[in-house]
Write a protein that binds this ligand. Structure first.
Ligand SMILES: C[S@@+](CC[C@H](N)C(=O)[O-])C[C@H]1O[C@@H](n2cnc3c(N)ncnc32)[C@H](O)[C@@H]1O
Length: 490
């Protein structure tokens, strides 16, 4: 079938020779006319008007009005001579209505707008979205990036330069093999309720808001430290779906802490910013207030400096490069001195050191004493985050192993237990293995439990992974459940 090829019939006509259709049902607001004008200025007159033999418009009323407002005297038109009066009326409606029936692929739209914004060549307002719409779409992109879904490669040289001089133990930019991406199982081996024993660690596929699940995981053990990164607000696309009520989730998970944490245990929770309606949201406030009512003080508040931010305009904000760690407790525990002191061994002069209120320098003010070998960490944790090329391509919110490793070393001693109620891909378990602290972890999603096991066994192929109460090894359980292609431990 061949259709008339109208592009060959484009002609230039004087604006004054054209007239709008009196019964045009399509309305063009002043704002939309501004958008059409901006588009014409940005891209030229790329879409000819459709007119009939008499110069009456069939399609393009907004474009004609915008052209006239811009002082354009001649516009490209296609004269449609083959349509009946009824067909012209129908096309006037169809031309607008059919276009309205298309929808957007939100992810691609977001990427396209973010790319255009970054390139900076075209004014985004020329595209036809309002300023508020663009803000909302790009804010969604920003949240995705903050959560680690869309991180770009960064200039490693910049990173090294910018991170130089940070906290010694925490700023190594080299790729951490523990953050590499394991080969995930093709089908889920783990089933809800499975409690896996990974070396001396335990990982339960269950719900951390369920007191029975936590009691099963912990038994009589109590952890010296809870470190976790729960879902941030409501936004993430986990395999288990989004979080409906964040306060309820957190209250649920923190409602039975006495079954998991020792009386002098510390609780550190990593949370990132969420922006909504063009504002950052203090979504943690209600939960933190509630924590105080059950005896958990908001003891410390730390910043996780994730290294240099990502390229982009960020909607008028500065490039995001930090998250928070909230520290709760019921009794303080002195942080371990794990940071080497630059001036270790240097002896303060008798006149130097700290002075008492009256100006005197006494022994307790360290005068005449050598600087210690190590000190406690800063309340800014300088640990470079992932760059979207390792394990975080498998789980949307993985933190680097160095983050739990650093905090475990700071707030526990070897052999102390660590509790992780939102285990994700098992990063805290890997940190526990590295530091000699057994981890007790819960993860809701079977697929992430399998992922955590895949990560663990790829790093520690010699350690047994068995099902509690059953004794079979992971591969045997997989085979019994009909899953033959599991991650290779090699
Ligand atoms: C922010 S991610 C943790 C990522 C983890 N830090 C890592 O490095 O892989 C939060 C995890 O909590 C899990 N989750 C959500 N609700 C849960 C619940 N009620 N009990 C246990 N896990 C839950 C999600 O499936 C998700 O894997």
């Amino acid at each position: 079938m061949t259709l008339p090829w109208m592009a060959a019939k484009i002609v230039l006509r004087l604006v004054t020779e054209l007239r709008p259709h009196a019964g045009n049902a399509r309305l063009h607001s002043a704002d939309q006319l501004e958008q059409i004008k901006a588009s014409m200025l940005a891209f030229g007159f790329t879409n000819p008007l459709l007119v009939d033999e008499a110069g009456e418009l069939i399609a393009g009323h907004g474009r004609l009005e915008a052209a006239a407002a811009l002082g354009i005297t001649k516009v490209p038109v296609i004269v449609l001579r083959h349509l009946s009066a009824g067909q012209k009326d129908a096309l006037r409606l169809a031309d607008n209505r059919i276009a309205e029936n298309a929808t957007w692929d939100q992810a691609l739209l977001r990427d396209a707008l973010a790319g255009l914004q970054e390139a900076g060549e075209v004014d985004l307002l020329a595209i036809g979205f309002s300023r508020d719409e663009i803000s909302a779409i790009l804010a969604a992109a920003e949240e995705a990036v903050i959560d680690g879904d869309a991180l770009d490669e960064q200039d490693d040289a910049d990173q090294v330069a910018e991170n130089g001089g940070g906290a010694a133990a925490a700023t190594d930019d080299a790729e951490d093999p523990a953050d590499a991406e394991p080969e995930p199982p093709r089908a889920a081996v783990t089933r809800p309720g499975d409690l896996w024993l990974l070396g001396e660690h335990r990982l339960l596929c269950g719900d951390s808001t369920d007191a029975t699940a936590v009691a099963r995981l912990m038994g009589d053990d109590r952890a010296a430290l809870l470190f976790t990164s729960p879902p941030y607000g409501n936004q993430r696309d986990y395999t288990t779906g989004g979080i409906g009520d964040w306060d309820a989730l957190m209250r649920g998970a923190c409602g039975h802490l006495e079954a998991a944490i020792a009386a002098d245990g510390q609780m550190l929770v990593n949370l990132g910013l969420i922006h909504r309606d063009a504002e950052w949201q203090p979504y943690w406030s209600g939960w933190i207030d509630w924590m105080r009512t059950i005896g958990w003080r908001r003891f410390g508040w730390y910043v996780w400096d994730q290294g240099p931010g990502l390229p982009g305009d960020w909607n008028g904000r500065l490039a995001p490069s930090f998250e928070f760690v909230f520290h709760f407790n019921r009794a303080a525990r002195q942080a371990n001195k794990i940071i080497p002191c630059r001036w270790a061994g240097h002896v303060n002069s008798e006149k130097g050191g700290l002075r008492a209120k009256d100006g005197t320098v006494g022994e307790w003010t360290h005068a005449g004493q050598g600087v210690q070998e190590t000190r406690i960490p800063d309340n800014v944790l300088r640990i470079t985050r992932h760059k979207a090329r390792g394990i975080e391509t498998e789980h949307p919110a993985v933190f680097p192993v160095k983050l739990p490793e650093f905090l475990i070393q700071t707030f526990t001693d070897e052999g102390n237990l660590v509790f992780e109620p939102f285990a994700g891909s098992g990063t805290t378990i890997l940190a526990g293995q590295r530091t000699g602290r057994p981890v007790r972890a819960i993860e809701l999603a079977s697929a992430y439990v399998d992922l955590a096991i895949a990560r663990f066994r790829s790093l520690h192929p010699d350690l047994p992974i068995t099902l509690d109460g059953d004794g079979r090894e992971y591969d045997a359980v997989a085979a019994a459940r009909g899953v033959t292609e599991v991650a290779d431990a090699a």
